[in-house]
Ligand binder design. Structure first.
Ligand SMILES: C[S@@+](CC[C@H](N)C(=O)[O-])C[C@H]1O[C@@H](n2cnc3c(N)ncnc32)[C@H](O)[C@@H]1O
Length: 256
């Protein structure tokens, strides 16, 4: 058997190479094999590496395939969008390793490299909406029950966190964002700022809409959208013809 190789989990950012870190770019260049969901692997330039693409729902199987390739001596890069630790492949690789009872991949050198996540890219476009405490939720109920998601949203709203919602809708999950917003409306003021950031960083596809909890239309979101919801202290500011949204560093709520 050949000596075990290495596996590096990387995130290529939420759009083009402008949001890929030099550390990630170097790891991708060194790799012999790229493993990941097709659209993410497609973002990697270069011709030298073998490409192993699979469906986005096959994360654990993909992690095991990547570990097998590394176990056979490859320098494998597992490619995620955004940051690999945020609703992405790093957790799947950890889960596969945790289930490695017979030590099949014991010799594989594993690393995880950080990347720019979609919430950072969207937040930066409009100022600093995540400038104070915030929480991050995926609205996908593929891997967890909807009741748990709704409970977390209600508790986070009561605790006055700003929020970032990933995976707000897909063709198979058309109602979840509407239900999440309804849960928020039970607790939060109608004027709470809401930002829909779609395909941020992807040229002409990019769309940013600043609205409110009363005004937001879930039909505007698609699977390329990240939704930011303000805390009670989040403010909207017009300056030089631009709209900015920010949450001050000091927390002084008018009402809790
Ligand atoms: C499976 S999650 C992956 C998240 C990724 N690991 C990250 O850190 O950004 C995919 C979700 O990320 C968000 N997303 C990814 N790229 C985006 C972009 N360019 N603009 C807005 N949201 C984006 C959307 O909510 C999308 O449904």
């Amino acid at each position: 058997m050949s000596a075990a190789g290495s596996l590096c989990v990387v995130g290529v950012g939420p759009a083009g190479p402008q949001w890929q870190t030099p550390e990630t770019a170097a790891a991708l260049e060194r790799a012999t094999d790229l493993v990941g969901y097709g659209p993410y692997v497609d973002r990697v330039r270069g011709e030298g590496q073998r490409r192993h693409v699979s469906d986005n729902r096959e994360e654990l199987a993909r992690a095991r395939q990547a570990l097998d390739l590394a176990g056979a001596g490859g320098r494998v890069a597992v490619v995620s969008g955004g940051d690999p630790g945020v609703f992405a492949m790093a957790a799947a690789v950890m889960e596969a390793l945790d289930g490695d009872a017979d030590g099949r991949w014991a010799g594989v050198d594993v690393t995880v490299l950080p990347g720019v996540s979609a919430m950072q890219a969207v937040a930066a476009r409009i100022g600093a909406p995540l400038g104070n405490d915030f929480c991050v939720l995926s609205l996908s109920d593929n891997l967890k029950p909807w009741a748990a998601i709704e409970r977390r949203i209600r508790l986070a709203a009561e605790a006055d966190f700003a929020m970032a919602f990933y995976n707000p809708v897909s063709r198979a999950r058309p109602w979840q964002l509407g239900a999440a917003l309804d849960a928020l409306r039970d607790v939060r003021a109608a004027a709470t700022p809401v930002v829909l950031g779609t395909a941020v960083g992807r040229g002409e596809q990019e769309r940013i809409h600043v609205t409110t909890l009363a005004g937001v239309d879930p039909a505007e979101a698609d699977m390329r959208t990240l939704v930011l919801v303000g805390a009670s202290t989040t403010r909207v500011m017009e300056r030089g013809g631009r709209t900015w949204v920010y949450t001050p560093r000091q927390y002084r709520p008018e009402a809790t």
